[in-house]
Write a protein that binds this ligand. Structure first.
Ligand SMILES: NC(=O)c1ccc[n+]([C@@H]2O[C@H](COP(=O)([O-])OP(=O)(O)OC[C@H]3O[C@@H](n4cnc5c(N)ncnc54)[C@H](OP(=O)(O)O)[C@@H]3O)[C@@H](O)[C@H]2O)c1
Length: 233
């Protein structure tokens, strides 16, 4: 099915068959947006303002496949696709896939939508990084992929703001989805609360939004401690 944009604002949500992406797609549709969704599985959404495309972000042809389905006008793009596995020192095979899905595919997604936003001098690109975008011995590839996301989006935000395009890096702590696998999940928020944060981000369009802030502060301190240990080792 294809969507006809009409007067409704058009959003592209990548990684929306589950978790935050699925819930936020439903929120956007309830608020009258037209939405195009992308993930490997079909999202359980029925709306005449919704179209889904099954595309694997880890595929080497992701950018071409995405470009082929991106509507002519995209007002908002939210990149939610993400994977994260605990580190297994005997098998690092998944690490490259984690970096590909979480970071490289987000860069490909930006390449597919941002040029038309720049031409229109309008648009908002939102990426989901993580408060855990520092150094992690539990999940080095996940942390590195999110460090890449945070750094890239910060640069894009600075470069694109004068061109009328807003870029936001959203850094969540723990959100109650299947992604939150850690046995200890301090200050975990619900998917609904995560959607509230994203909804505020759409209104205020900051360059970076970390939530909850107290967790961001704690992890910032732990990152400084890790940096000190590394410099002394
Ligand atoms: N939950 C947390 O605690 C938390 C905290 C901080 C940041 N985040 C970030 O928030 C984002 C969303 O996480 P979530 O908690 O909503 O996770 P989730 O419930 O596991 O959902 C992940 C989504 O990404 C899609 N996805 C995964 N691999 C994909 C691929 N190769 N190609 C296309 N789509 C793919 C999945 O769809 P398919 O499997 O159908 O492809 C799914 O819709 C992620 O980037 C995550 O790192 C989450």
């Amino acid at each position: 099915m294809s969507v006809s944009a009409g007067e409704a604002k058009v959003a592209l949500v990548v990684g929306n068959s589950d978790g935050i992406g699925l819930a936020f797609t439903r929120r956007l549709l309830a608020e009258g947006w037209t939405v195009v969704g992308v993930s490997r599985r079909v999202a359980a959404i029925e709306s005449d303002r919704y179209a889904h495309h099954v595309i694997d972000a880890s595929s080497p042809t992701f950018r071409e496949a995405l470009t082929a389905v991106v509507p002519a006008r995209v007002d908002l793009c939210v990149y939610c696709a993400g994977i994260g596995e605990a580190f297994d020192p005997s098998d690092l095979a998944m690490d490259a896939t984690t970096v590909r899905v979480n970071f490289e595919a987000m860069v490909s997604c930006a390449a597919a939508v941002i040029p038309s936003m720049v031409r229109a001098r309008d648009g908002h690109f939102v990426g989901l990084s993580s408060i855990g975008d520092g150094v992690s011995s539990d999940a080095p590839a996940y942390a590195a992929s999110k460090a890449g996301v945070s750094s890239y989006l910060a640069g894009l935000a600075l470069a694109l703001r004068p061109k009328g395009v807003f870029v936001t890096n959203v850094r969540f702590g723990f959100v109650d989805t299947k992604m939150a696998k850690s046995p200890v999940k301090p200050w975990m928020i619900s998917v609904d609360q995560a959607c509230d944060v994203l909804a505020r981000v759409l209104r205020t369009r900051p360059a970076v939004r970390s939530f909850p802030r107290k967790m961001a502060a704690l992890v910032w301190l732990l990152d400084r401690w890790a940096a000190l240990r590394l410099s002394l080792s």
